[in-house]
Design a protein around this ligand. Structure first.
Ligand SMILES: CCCCCCCC/C=C\CCCCCCCC(=O)SCCNC(=O)CCNC(=O)[C@H](O)C(C)(C)COP(=O)(O)OP(=O)(O)OC[C@H]1O[C@@H](n2cnc3c(N)ncnc32)[C@H](O)[C@@H]1OP(=O)(O)O
Ligand SMILES: CCCCCCCCCCCCCCCC(=O)OC[C@@H](O)COP(=O)(O)O
Length: 272
């Protein structure tokens, strides 16, 4: 059979063809990401238990060091600026925009010591990742019951001060890749005002240059991370929350648009 000679080159060509198919790359990278995080979490569980014997914010150090290399596998780079703004003593609230579960990579890139997050309670069921979130001291809220979520966040304000903990909140309250920020929910600002701690805004540039869910594309790319100057809340009360929220939103939105190379939308009255 003289066609048999074609088998080896075809066998070599097949993975190459697959690899160049961008849809294949998209699914491969996504599956790899989830699977690898599950494996890392499995590794982290005994390390965390050995380190602190259970649920403790100090476990975030272990998680952070294990997650740091994942970006290389996915072809992602982070360009961070504003490190000096994280050099603040004591507790504070970090707020950032939320585009995808990939945000965890950027979060771990800059995560300060003694900092954990607020997350939806469903995350606790994500297998080993859920368990690691619990061990890392993540505060879980029920987004469907505002009153429950509020009381959990009021407790969190007290814990922040008692245990000198920093909290990372996604004030949009959900993932969003619409090329703009969603209106902010109020919890993060209540938290900061109740504890009288500063807010540090962090902005991730848009993922749309390399990650497109609809078009099934997941290329290599660089994510710009901007840590903005802290916003003080000393002396502020409940009444100042709307203006505090608006101020943070406007600062973050203009930073997001300026670092995202977003093509201006033709939604204005000007026609050229
Ligand atoms: C080696 C290991 C490897 C493994 C790797 C593993 C890695 C894992 C590690 C780490 C991963 C971490 C990843 C975490 C990612 C998670 C992301 C998410 O899950 S995002 C979803 C959850 N986050 C939020 O939802 C934000 C917080 N949400 C809020 O702040 C909301 O405000 C909330 C839920 C408290 C209420 O939401 P409302 O939808 O009802 O809307 P509103 O307008 O904000 O509030 C209604 C009224 O309640 C008041 N209010 C809100 N909070 C209050 C408070 N604390 N005290 C008093 N009033 C409050 C407000 O002022 C408002 O009142 P008026 O309408 O203005 O009069
Ligand atoms: C057995 C169950 C398998 C589940 C596998 C999960 C493995 C995921 C690995 C990545 C871990 C990162 C966690 C990021 C959490 C995250 O980003 O959650 C999304 C929510 O903020 C917003 O959700 P939604 O408002 O519902 O869109």
């Amino acid at each position: 059979m003289d066609v048999l000679w074609m088998a080896p080159p075809l066998l070599l060509l097949f993975p190459l063809l697959m690899w160049t198919s961008s849809t294949f790359v998209y699914y491969f990278k996504k599956c790899f990401y989830v699977a690898w995080m599950m494996v890392l979490a499995l590794l982290a569980i005994p390390l965390c238990i050995l380190k602190s014997g259970g649920r403790d914010v100090e476990n975030m150090r272990v998680i952070r060091s294990l997650v740091r290399h994942v970006k290389y596998f996915l072809g992602l780079r982070f360009d961070v600026s504003g490190w000096e703004h994280l050099q603040t003593e004591g507790p504070y609230v970090i707020i950032s925009n939320h585009q995808s579960s990939l945000d965890v990579l950027g979060l771990m890139e800059i995560l300060p010591d003694r900092c954990t997050m607020i997350a939806k309670k469903e995350l606790i069921y994500a297998g080993t990742v859920g368990l690691i979130c619990w061990l890392g001291g993540i505060v879980f809220i029920n987004r469907k019951k505002t009153s429950d979520a509020k009381s959990v966040m009021i407790d969190a304000a007290k814990t922040m001060l008692d245990d000198q903990i920093r909290l990372w909140v996604f004030p949009e309250g959900t993932r969003n890749q619409k090329g703009d920020l969603l209106p902010f929910k109020k919890g993060a600002f209540h938290l900061a005002v109740q504890a009288q701690v500063p807010i540090i805004p962090v902005v991730f540039s848009s993922y749309s240059s390399f990650y497109l869910r609809k078009q099934k594309q997941f290329n290599s790319g660089t994510i710009r991370l901007r840590i903005l100057p802290k916003i003080e809340t000393k002396g502020l009360t409940c009444d100042d929350i709307p203006s505090l929220s608006d101020k943070s939103f406007n600062l973050m939105r203009s930073s997001f648009l300026s670092i995202s190379n977003s093509v201006p939308q033709s939604n204005g009255p000007c026609k050229h």
